[in-house]
Design a protein around this ligand. Structure first.
Ligand SMILES: [Zn+2]
Length: 214
């Protein structure tokens, strides 16, 4: 992705931001998304509302978070920048306050390996980053720690965050973590879910590689 692609990246971000809103993953102005664009980052503006966001509203910053051009970036800019720094292969970051994720994050526990798709996030659970106030460097640090070998994590008493090697992948993981969080809540109502073993997750990942499943 190069800076010449900026108009295209703005279009993709707009479409993705609306997708989050249409699927109930963001409410009001709670979510924020970003993508790399050459050496720069394009991120949703502070207070953006999903259905009304326009391509030109996304704010361009350098890797230190200095805005290049107009607009005020999302208050969670630190979190996005920290992920890009920690994961050179990351191309996009998606943060939501999706309801089932918030419900579980308020318990400050990981989503355990109750379903094989938990394995698609890179491990045997989806961790929960320790609480820190929104928009803070401490929260960014906690999130990077929780994302070690993972595509997404919960944020204690806050929400969830996902990243990907493309914007579509980051959106896929942001949506999938919400679906799994909801299903885990249902499973807990039905009884005590049986968790898959580390060996069963290895077997899942072997099968996923073999079948090119993501
Ligand atoms: Zn948030």
């Amino acid at each position: 992705m190069t800076a010449e692609n900026e108009p295209l990246v703005r279009q993709q971000l707009t479409r993705s931001y609306r997708y989050l809103h249409e699927h109930g993953l963001t409410q009001q102005a709670s979510g924020n998304i970003s993508a790399r664009c050459g050496d720069l980052i394009l991120i949703s503006p502070s207070g953006a509302a999903g259905p009304h966001v326009e391509p030109e509203a996304f704010v361009c910053t350098d890797r230190n978070g200095r805005a290049v051009g107009g607009g005020r970036p999302s208050s969670e800019l630190f979190m996005h920048l920290a992920i890009y720094q920690a994961k050179p292969e990351s191309m996009a970051v998606v943060h939501t306050h999706s309801s089932a994720c918030v419900a579980l994050a308020s318990c400050r526990k990981p989503i355990p390996g109750f379903h094989y798709l938990i394995g698609s996030f890179g491990g045997i659970d989806i961790p929960c980053a320790d609480y820190a106030v929104f928009g803070s460097p401490t929260l960014a640090q906690n999130v990077v720690g929780a994302l070690t070998n993972r595509q997404a994590c919960l944020l204690a008493n806050h929400g969830a965050i996902a990243w990907g090697c493309s914007l579509d992948t980051a959106i896929l993981f942001a949506h999938r973590v919400e679906i799994l969080a909801y299903q885990y809540l249902l499973a807990r109502q039905a009884g005590e879910p049986v968790l898959l073993t580390p060996a069963e997750f290895e077997e899942y990942r072997d099968q996923a590689r073999k079948l090119h499943y993501d």
